[in-house]
Design a protein around this ligand. Structure first.
Ligand SMILES: Cc1cc2nc3c(=O)[nH]c(=O)nc-3n(C[C@H](O)[C@H](O)[C@H](O)COP(=O)(O)OP(=O)(O)OC[C@H]3O[C@@H](n4cnc5c(N)ncnc54)[C@H](O)[C@@H]3O)c2cc1C
Length: 418
């Protein structure tokens, strides 16, 4: 088999992989990018879904801001509805890829090993590439979290929300959705609209609704409203005040851990977008209850709740979120994982998104422990891709000072340190 070499391999072609590739390509870095463009949005999110992030927070970053959603609209000659629809966003991401990363290689990376001074990246067809650096931008799919109460229930009866594209296959069935966040509430809505009988079981005492779509929110978000720029940064993750901290990852990473945890918990606590609420008429919502046991019962699942009541359903949809744990990335060689400094499963990263193993970088949700909740959203692509590129250019220019880089784009100056 052929063996190639290059400076950087990027694994994953979702918003983070594409943004990183666009920035590095522009900086003439010798690059290979693997994965199918926007694959997890196509396969692991339900058709009919609307983006919860705002327009301004949903642009995938390129070095000169030429490939925003606005530019996509202009290029297609259409006005996209807001909130942005899933299929429009997938099409936007694929358009971005064709423009910024035309050389994308759709093959899957099956294994990454460390060997003396570089990395060996193996592909699904057996080909290997040697790279000085590897950027992992593979999203959250490996980190789906299944509560232990469901360990005796087969996936045919209880599945994680990430295992589904189309929820229409549950039409006519009784489905229990577990969770109180956007994914749970939107999945319940789509199940209900496709003819399933749905109950949502929420651990919290009440469902939190975000104001997105309400009159007050629309007024505050109006371009002409002077309060808008003060209250809301473009990413707008978290409540006013905290949203500015979240919007500044370089500040977030310097905060004491206890403060970081508080900010992160508050900014991304489970909640549903207000525009879902009227569509949920007819969906039973049970709050303040914990499922204590779950067992198969013929072709159904029997659930017992902490108030002693029981439910029988044809299927349970676990919209129970994701826990980042790098050791669950099956394509990373075990000795490579062992050599990484991990904190609660997250890699410890420098300002250039570099892990404790020099040359290995992590983008997206895996970087959220260091850079905060913005990394869980498309809005974080600008910061992440700029800082990564700064680090790589800086180290290439001055290998002796491998942890110091100086990089300016769009007025962003970085001096990476751990
Ligand atoms: C239901 C749901 C709704 C969401 N809504 C929003 C929203 O409205 N706004 C928002 O900003 N964020 C939203 N998010 C979060 C969203 O997932 C992230 O913002 C975004 O996808 C992060 O981009 P990424 O590139 O890190 O990951 P992904 O988009 O998941 O991309 C990772 C890519 O890596 C590829 N890959 C994985 N393993 C390999 C491999 N071994 N070899 C090659 N390729 C590989 C995958 O196929 C995938 O295409 C939502 C998430 C979910 C689950």
């Amino acid at each position: 088999m052929t063996e190639l070499t290059c400076q950087v391999v990027i694994v994953g072609a979702g918003p983070y992989g594409l943004a990183a590739a666009a920035h590095l390509r522009r900086a003439n870095v010798d690059l290979r990018v693997f994965g199918k463009a926007m694959e997890s949005w196509e396969r692991q999110m339900p058709p009919g879904m609307l983006l919860r992030s705002y327009w301004e927070g949903s642009h995938i970053s390129d070095p000169h801001g030429d490939l925003t959603l606005d530019e996509y609209q202009r290029a297609r000659g259409v006005q996209l509805p807001r909130p942005v629809r899933l299929d429009d966003f997938i099409d936007y991401g694929q358009w971005f890829q064709r423009k910024a990363v035309p050389e994308l290689d759709g093959r899957c990376v099956t294994r990454i090993e460390r060997s003396s001074k570089c990395f060996r990246v193996m592909l699904e067809d057996g080909e290997s590439i040697w790279a000085q650096r590897v950027v992992i931008a593979t999203g959250i799919a490996s980190f789906s979290w299944r509560p232990r109460q469901f360990s005796a229930v087969p996936p045919t009866l209880a599945s994680h929300s990430s295992e589904h594209g189309d929820l229409g296959r549950f039409a006519g069935q009784r489905v229990v959705v577990v969770g109180g966040g956007q994914s749970a509430l939107e999945s319940a809505t789509l199940l209900h609209e496709s003819g399933a009988a749905v109950e949502v079981i929420v651990r919290a005492p009440r469902v939190r609704w975000l104001r997105y779509g309400t009159r007050l929110h629309t007024w505050l978000h109006n371009q002409a409203n002077p309060l808008r720029r003060i209250l809301y940064p473009p990413s707008d993750v978290g409540p006013p005040g905290l949203n500015w901290i979240v919007d500044t990852p370089d500040l977030f990473r310097r905060l004491p851990f206890a403060v970081q945890s508080l900010v992160a918990r508050r900014a991304i606590r489970p909640a549903g977008a207000g525009w879902l609420r009227p569509r949920m008429n007819g969906v039973r919502i049970t709050t303040g209850r914990v499922i204590t046991s779950a067992n198969p019962f013929g072709q159904q699942v029997r659930l017992r709740l902490d108030d002693g009541t029981e439910r029988c359903s044809d299927h349970v949809l676990l919209a129970t979120g994701y826990h980042v744990d790098i050791s669950r990335c099956a394509f990373l060689a075990p000795d490579l994982v062992r050599s990484l400094l991990l904190v609660d499963g997250y890699p410890d990263l420098t300002a250039g998104f570099e892990a404790s193993l020099a040359g290995l970088h992590f983008l997206g949700a895996s970087a959220a422990r260091t850079f905060g909740p913005l990394m869980r959203f498309v809005a974080g692509t600008k910061y992440a891709a700029s800082a990564l590129t700064g680090c790589i250019l800086g180290q290439a220019a001055n290998p002796a000072k491998s942890k110091v880089a100086s990089y300016e784009w769009d007025g962003l100056a970085q001096t990476p340190d751990r």
